[in-house]
Design a binder for this molecule. Structure first.
Ligand code: MG
Length: 295
């Protein structure tokens, strides 16, 4: 079976037909939240039901536990200062791992009530943090601790870069999930696993999100996490692999993966290796295109 499915001519320069899908690790229950550290040549990702963060060493190919217990982390990103920012289902918070290894809580309550279970996070180049807060981590015991939600809905939240103040950035999602900026950071893409689509919103200078509209509707399964490449194309998780969208909304093609994909991240020393978290496994594929510099 071919690794790639081309649906539009514009997909051909994005992939190499002879490239194969590398199967790097298969000991997970639900792999999510990959984040790459170029300086360490390492990828960390979450194995949510096993309450651990794993680390893949690009130099040796070895995989080991980075943190366990890990607060049932889900999505991760690396901020512009190279620090790991994490969503934790178990502790229902967003944290940052500092350069000295200590953990700083960035957000755990809004309006005096606990967050649901932060799912995925992105940091704008000015330090503003955006994260999604669906209730998956408290709906049962598999991905965290079962609990009644305290928030009325599942929001997209923003943490001010200067004051650290938490505010609601978008309040009209069902289950907001993955999120990523356009190359100029003028647009924020946000998937909604409740309605199986992806929206795009305008980002104002002050960080406000406006004019949300549907960008794409998933054709197989649902969109979870995703990242952009250097040309602004969206490489998103889906039920049968990674779906690649042009910024105009056209589904260009797919990287076919034999497990349900939850999230992706760019790595490799040229940022042209796409890491894929898919249920029990970590995969990677080497591509002729590179990832966006934006997170
Ligand atoms: Mg997610």
């Amino acid at each position: 079976m071919s690794t790639f499915e081309t649906l539009d001519e514009r997909f051909k320069p994005c992939v190499k037909p002879t490239a194969k899908l590398d199967h790097l690790y298969d000991g997970c229950r639900w792999a999510e939240g990959p984040a790459h550290f170029p300086a360490h040549r390492a990828l960390v990702w979450s194995d949510i039901p096993n309450d651990r963060i794993l680390r893949y060493d690009e130099a040796t190919g070895n995989v080991g536990e980075f943190r366990k217990p890990a607060g049932y982390t889900n999505g991760h990103t690396v901020d512009s200062q190279g620090r790991l920012v994490s969503c934790e289902h178990g502790n229902r918070r967003v944290t940052r791992t500092e350069h000295d290894g200590t953990i700083t809580v960035l957000a755990d309550t809004y309006d005096g009530k606990r967050l649901n279970s932060p799912n995925d996070v992105v940091v704008r180049s000015d330090g503003t943090v955006y994260f999604t807060d669906p209730s998956y981590g408290i709906e049962g015991w598999y991905e965290g601790y079962a609990a009644e939600p305290e928030q009325e809905r599942c929001h997209v939240f923003r943490i001010d870069a200067v004051t650290g103040t938490l505010s609601i950035a978008a309040d009209d999602f069902d289950r907001p999930n993955g999120l990523a900026f356009s190359l100029d950071e003028r647009l924020l893409y946000v998937s909604d696993t409740g309605v199986k689509n992806m929206r795009v919103l305008d980002v104002a200078d002050d960080g406000a999100l406006t004019n949300g509209r549907e960008f794409a509707r998933c054709t197989v399964g649902g969109f979870d996490g995703f990242r952009l490449d250097e040309a602004g194309r969206i490489w998103t998780s889906a039920g049968d692999g990674v779906h690649v969208y042009d910024p105009d909304g056209t589904l260009l093609g797919k990287v076919l993966v034999p497990e349900i994909v939850a999230n992706v991240a760019w790595g490799g020393y040229k940022r042209n290796r796409l890491y894929i978290c898919a249920t029990t496994s970590l995969y990677a594929v080497l591509l002729p295109v590179a990832g966006a510099k934006t997170m």
